[in-house]
Structures are given as C-alpha cells and as structure tokens.
Design a protein around this ligand. Sequence first.
Ligand code: NAD
Length: 501
Amino acid sequence: MSSYIEHFIAGKPYSEPAARSGAVHNPSTGEEIARCEYGTRSTVDHAVAVATEAGRRWGRASHAARQAVIFKLRDLMIANMDVLAEAIGREHGKTIPDAKGELGRAIEGIEFACNAPHVTKGEYTNNVGGEIEVFSMRRPIGVVGCITPFNFPIMVPAVMMTMAVAVGNSIVWKPSEKVPSAALEFARIWKEAGLPDGIFNVVQGDKEVVDAILEHPGIAGVSFVGSTAVGEYVYQKGTNHNKRVAAFTGGKNHMVVMPDADLEAAASAFVSAGFGSSSQRCMAVSLLLPVGTETAERLREIVIPKIRALKVGSYDDPGADFGAVVSRESKVSVEHAIGRCLEEGGELVIDGRGFAVPGRPNGYYLGPTLFDRITTDMHLYREEVFGPVRGIMRPATFDEAIDITNQHEYGNGSVIFTRDGKSAHRFMMEIESGMIGVNVPVPLPSAFFNFGGLRRSKFGDGHLYGPDAARFYTKFKTVSQRWPEPDDGALPVSLAFNPSA
Ligand code: NAD
C-alpha cells in the first residue's frame, strides 16, 4: 500500500495543500511504495523562518547543552539501527548489512561532532600592546541549507549536519527525493534526542527546493553532496547569492596494482570496493590498472571468478552481496554505458545485462559487469557510471598509470597495491586525489580526518566532514579589548594609526 511522505518542520510533519508530489519506489521490487510531497519556495520560506527563530536560541546555548543532545543522538542511532537500515534498504536497494555499515560510519561522524567545543576553540593573546588583549572566537553561521544524494541516505546527512548543529546552527535539509523516508526517521530521532523544535527541518522535493535554498537570503551556507554537474551549479548559484558553499561531487577512482603486489589481496579489494552497494558509491573503485601485461593477465584471471561468485539480490536477502540500482532510469543508463563501451572497442569479459532475480521480475537489477582493455578515449574511462560496471586498463609502466589517474577530471580517491615503499611514496606524492589508499580497498578516512576530493570532485574550499567542517560551519570574530584601572584616566587623543605600538 502506498503511503504519503511529508516534510518535517518545527518539530512535526508538515504538508501544504495542493502540493506537487513524486513517486517513491522500492528498487528491489520495482513497486511504487509511497508518494513524496515536493516543497515549493513557500515551504522553504516557512522552514527558513522557523530555523532562524529557533537558531537564535540554539546558537546561544552552552556547549554542554548542545553536546548533551549529540551524545543522546548517538545512542538513539544505535537503538534505531534496524528501523533505519530497513528504511534505507527499502528505498535505496542496498542490502541490510550494507545499510548497517553506512550507519556505523554515520555514528562515527556523530561521535566526532561530540568534539565540537574542542575543534571550535578560539585563540587568545594578552597584552598585544597598551594592555590590550586580543582573542578570536568561532560563532555559528546561522541557517545551513543541506542538499544530499540518494546513495547514502543517512551517512552523508548525519556526518554533514551533526557538526553543523553541534556548533550552533539550524538546518533546512533537502534529501534526495528517491530516499525520503530515512530523512523523516532521522528527524524523529533528533527530536527524541532533545533537539529543540525548529533546529532540524526537512523539506522534501526536487530542483525547485534546491533553487529556493540557493537563493534564500536567510540561508548563510550550503552543503551539497551529489553529482558533479549539479554540484557545480549549486556552487556557482550559491556563491552568487553570497553564501559559503561546499560541494562534494562525483568520482572515478583508480586502483593501480604494481607487479610486486599481493595479487590475491588486490583482486579481493577491487571486487569489494568496485561492486559494493551496486557500485553506487563516490569512493567505489571504478578502474583497475595493473602495471605491465603479465600483472594484467594474472590479475584478470584472479578477479574473474571472484566477480562471478557475487550474488545479486533483494535488499532483504541475507545472502545477497549487492542489490538493485536505485531506479529504472539508472538501470537503463548503466545498460546504455555497457552498449556504448562495446561500440567503442572495450572487451566485455562479464556481461551483467538481462539479469533477473527470481521472484523479483520488476526489480532494477544488473549483474556485475567487467570490461578489459579500456582506454582513455572511451566513455567508461571518462564518465562516472553509477552501477556495477568496472573496467581494466593496461598501463605498460608505473609512469603511465600515474598519468592515466591524474589526467582524469575527477580526483576523489585513488589506491595503489604494492609491496614497495618507494612506489607507494611516489604515488601519494604525485597523485592528484583528495584521498589516497595504500594496500586498502577504499581510502575513506575516519571521521576525525578531513574528507574530500580534488579537481572536479569538489567545489569550494570548505569541508563537510572532519575538523574542517567545524570551521566551515562557523564564522570567525576577533575582539581587541582593554580594561583600564578606574584611575588610569583617559588615553590622550592620538591620530596615529597604531597608537599602542
Ligand atoms: P544528484 O546530483 O542527482 O542529486 C543530488 C541532490 O541534488 C539531490 O538532492 C537531488 O534532488 C538534487 N538535484 C538533482 N538534480 C538537480 C538539478 N538539476 N538541480 C538542482 N538540484 C538537483 O546525485 P545523486 O544521483 O543523488 O547521487 C550520486 C552522485 O553523488 C554521484 O555522482 C556520486 O559520486 C556523488 N556523491 C559524492 C560524494 C562525495 O563525497 N564526493 C558522496 C556521495 C555521493
């Protein structure tokens, strides 16, 4: 039975008469399971007004009061793990263990936000001259607009928004319209954790809501995670409207395997990082680059059976390694990418098209697909494919592998497998990616490090995760003060520019 999903504003569900709505599907079955209300400019106006009013008090609350909510939120996330994983899996298609893995990372981010008082400490110097002391402090920026993708319905929003709230801001969040239910569960949990009404607001919808957020004079900063085309638009429009904007965007991640590497370990890492979550991760390894023909031939032979052994199934099938892709359009676009790669001369080693899961004839499934002999002129090298299609490239030398990786417009994550420290060192120094792995499948840093890509994987200097997120969500003030003794008398008039020197 189809349900109706509303917004969440001022601590309660919110709906507008005659609103637009969109269908929400269960990718594992292809069924429409809900209608989701789409907000308008007036919904955003209402949410910003509520967030501004509530945010004034929250911004003045003590660190201890704010931290108490974040601590409670962390405990409630653990207590609600099953409910959240079900909401994620049902609308995204990822398996329940994968959804719980996502939630584990979300909880790490929430735990890090418990450090907000530490990472927002100011600086102090006494008697810079004339008994004047100077100190700096970080204050919340105000209302933050958050726009998030479908592929991590809770992890990306949790990590992004918990720090923003912990340092004293209020939120107007537009989740992906493909996964709106988890957003409402998250809002409910914030409320239960004791967050005052109006600090955490959800406006469901599409581009209309995004544009209203980007243009709204009451929104001070915007955090975006999603595709590069949309992220660039959000960055340009948001900054044109005088907001600070951090936009984290697409990736095409390379794994270089040196001839001296442990090829079994590299192959397992490629298959895990390449196909996990149906390859719908910005940090998924997309391209395998064994260095030299012999490494390529040996690695290919190890990788093929591991890929063939993967089981694709419904999100609630405990035996499934990965699930459906998120939508029918996504499935069609991934199939199109496979067809185009064949036309361009890629060697199709494993074909995942025409794949069906028994008992789920309408689910958006694709089997794992592998191409070999991908070259830099092919679309499969150039474009991010958000579905289980991976490729092998064949650089003759380490220099060529570095060039191929650095030529790409994206620079999110890159990985090397080697037993040689010198090669690993050269890789981390020369590769232009924001996150680099050595003998690890996915170089997703822990929450207490900064996360973020380079080149066209990120727009803006700000961060959404890690210590720099606390800086992005605060503005700096610097105070110079002097407290003369009552009998010191007034300073003489001086028109000198620097009278205290
Ligand atoms: P998307 O860009 O389609 O959507 C992201 C958000 O923007 C959604 O809330 C969506 O409703 C909104 N949106 C979509 N089209 C829009 C438009 N024309 N104008 C304004 N807003 C629009 O991305 P997605 O498909 O939901 O997510 C997958 C993408 O996100 C991939 O490219 C992936 O690499 C990227 N991603 C990046 C990171 C990172 O940290 N770099 C993390 C997760 C996902």
